[in-house]
Design a protein. Structure first.
Length: 290
């Protein structure tokens, strides 16, 4: 059964909760800005992503307050001084980042409240977070205010002018995902951590031209053992195993002792999820013959 909701029929806070819980995890823009008097502000926003590499453009959105419709200090600041540093948040600073989201009065420096190091930028006025694994000095090219109602977003288009990378997060001069230990924003008070067993790789389909799930035999497509993810991985192969490859598979001890297709599908699933797609597909095709 499906619950269908017209967004115009529910209160804004309820809609906000559905949106943020469903569209997740979201990367976090830890934005440092400065007002025309020189007061520094540091605030996190999870309405954020990178949208272009040439030119290098990031966008974040400080939404109007759902309670009193007030504007975020970051929004006001970039209209006064159109510059921002987007600091990337990883697990070692996630609690300090969260603390900085407190609605302190204008003029209060969240660097100091959160115990973070304020480092002078080279091309823009706002400082960067010294503890951040990566920081992007940006010029603000445009501010798009979507509405003047509670919860309305305000898109800040930020062009990257300079990048600072803590070298301990590099491997062979490339950012190392496992070392970065990034965090993402979920709904309510929840976050997610990108490390350990939560990290997994999927071969990029754009590097090959897979046969697609529709290119698999119907018995595999309709398997009661294989999941949608399993079928997606199988559909990424460029061609089906040859007759000789299938014949070689049939001689394996773990295969030749089995006589039921479902048993073979179970073995193939285990091998597929261990990373050997071609072998798994050969077993599945062998199951077609018995």
């Amino acid at each position: 059964m499906t619950k269908t909701i017209d967004p115009n029929s529910i209160p804004q806070p309820e809609l906000h909760s559905y949106l943020l819980s469903a569209v997740a995890p979201r990367p976090i823009c830890f934005a440092s800005t400065i007002d025309k008097e020189g007061n520094v502000n540091l605030s996190p926003f999870s309405f954020f992503n990178v949208f272009s590499s040439n030119p290098p453009i990031m966008i974040f959105s400080p939404a109007r307050s759902g309670r009193d419709n007030s504007l975020k200090h970051s929004h006001i600041n970039v209209k006064e001084v159109p510059e921002v540093v987007i600091n990337i948040v990883n697990y070692p600073i996630v609690e300090q980042m969260s603390l900085s989201s407190t609605a302190y009065d204008k003029g209060v420096n969240e660097f100091e409240k959160a115990g973070l190091t304020q480092v002078a930028s080279k091309k823009v006025k706002p400082p960067r977070v010294g503890e951040a694994p990566v920081a992007f000095e940006c010029s603000v090219t445009k501010v798009i205010e979507l509405a003047d109602t509670p919860g309305a977003g305000n898109l800040i288009l930020a062009k990257v002018e300079l990048i600072h990378i803590n070298e301990k997060y590099l491997t062979d001069n490339k950012l190392d995902t496992k070392k970065l230990d990034l965090v993402g924003r979920m709904g309510s008070s929840w976050y997610t951590r990108s490390s350990g067993d939560s990290l997994f790789e999927i071969p990029k389909p754009i590097r090959t031209k897979g046969i697609g799930v529709d290119g698999l035999p119907k018995s595999i497509q309709n398997s009661t053992v294989l999941s949608g993810n399993n079928l997606g991985r199988l559909g990424n192969v460029e061609d089906l195993p040859s007759a000789s490859e299938i014949d070689d598979i049939s001689k394996l001890d773990e295969v030749k002792s089995l006589s039921k297709p479902k048993e073979l599908h179970t073995v193939a699933k285990r091998i597929l999820e261990a990373g050997d797609t071609k072998k798994a597909l050969s077993i599945l095709l062998y199951a077609e013959k018995i």
